[in-house]
Design a protein around this ligand. Structure first.
Ligand SMILES: Nc1ncnc2c1ncn2[C@@H]1O[C@H](COP(=O)(O)OP(=O)(O)OP(=O)(O)O)[C@@H](O)[C@H]1O
Length: 301
């Protein structure tokens, strides 16, 4: 069962400017779904549509199995969100800020202490939120989004601008919310390194199109295998191999080719030796996730 599913989601801010062209998201229940894409890919626009902050122009949005359009309020009550920076009264403490939100949401008062404990903000005392570090402000934003006991959290680049420690703290919090509370989390980032190993599922968006969606191991299985040749003259070796593999390239003075079979490796080594290029080493390697990501989104991104 998907807690969030879109079909053919389409959006443009102005004529001739297509931002999303048919996004089919499938966010499984209880998953941590990383929504990855470079700046301007369409992540925030997708999240705004899913939260009803922008009016959908075409396509379907189903949340907890029901169409958003027909059940907006009931659905939004089950979602916590943080899009860009959290809003707060800068001169009030975290508890005072949460008390205001608690009275708006009409959630039990006891929930305030609970979200303070779970986000580690219970020792901030009389300090006004305006004086918090960026990491603590983000944690306040997550605390506020948890106040009404949501089942799905939608977070738009919540670690943007945080130092490595702040980033680790936010992720530890998200992981414990997912594991202990069973919360489903849909989180965007433009950094593969940040979300690989931390998410259960991944969607890669680029120029308004979803290029990949699935588990991390499914993405890994799309990685290219390369034969890597270490030679005395990589440029000459490249010229010799190119007629047989026009995708061959040099990286760190080593020739990478997709020619993998034993026969083609034997033929390549004969060719190089015939042209007086010494062959020092032949290895095979699977493309790492970072290269696979770059490969998916293309060279000029
Ligand atoms: N209000 C707006 N009016 C016009 N164009 C917009 C508006 N908001 C966003 N865009 C454009 O839509 C495209 C997608 O932006 P969006 O913010 O959804 O991407 P993103 O993946 O979240 O990127 P970032 O990580 O930079 O926030 C960009 O080209 C952006 O300039």
């Amino acid at each position: 069962m998907y807690c969030l599913e879109t079909k053919g989601l389409y959006y443009q801010y102005a004529q001739q400017q297509r931002i999303l062209s048919g996004i089919d998201l499938k966010v499984p229940e209880h998953s941590i779904y990383g929504f990855l894409g470079p700046n301007g890919a369409g992540k925030t626009t997708t999240m705004r549509l899913v939260l009803g902050l922008l009016t959908s122009q075409a396509g379907e949005i189903n949340i907890f199995g029901r169409p958003l359009a027909a059940n907006r309020l009931a659905i939004l009550r089950k979602i916590g969100s943080l899009i860009e920076m959290p809003s707060f009264y800068a001169h009030l403490t975290v508890t005072e800020n949460l008390r205001i939100l608690q009275s708006i949401y009409r959630t039990p008062v006891s929930r305030i202490q609970y979200v303070l404990d779970i986000t580690g903000l219970n020792h901030t005392g009389a300090k006004p939120v305006g004086k918090f570090s960026l990491g603590m402000k983000q944690r306040f934003g997550i605390a506020a989004s948890l106040l009404h006991s949501p089942e799905l959290l939608i977070l738009d680049e919540p670690t943007n601008g945080l130092d490595p420690n702040g980033m680790i703290e936010v992720w530890e919090l998200l992981r414990s919310l997912n594991r202990q509370e069973g919360l489903s989390i849909f989180i965007s980032s433009h950094l593969l390194a940040e979300i690989e190993r931390r998410v259960t599922h991944l969607g890669i968006i680029h120029k308004g199109e979803l290029l990949f969606q699935g588990r991390l191991d499914e993405l890994q299985s799309q990685a290219m295998q390369y034969t890597i040749l270490s030679t005395s003259d990589p440029e000459r070796a490249l010229k010799l191999v190119q007629p047989f593999d026009d995708t061959a390239f040099i990286d760190e003075r080593q020739l990478h080719t997709k020619l993998l079979s034993a026969d083609s490796i034997a033929a390549m080594s004969r060719l190089l030796v015939q042209h007086e290029v010494d062959l020092y080493q032949i290895t095979t390697q699977q493309e790492d996730l970072e290269h696979l990501f770059m490969h998916l989104i293309g060279p000029n991104s």
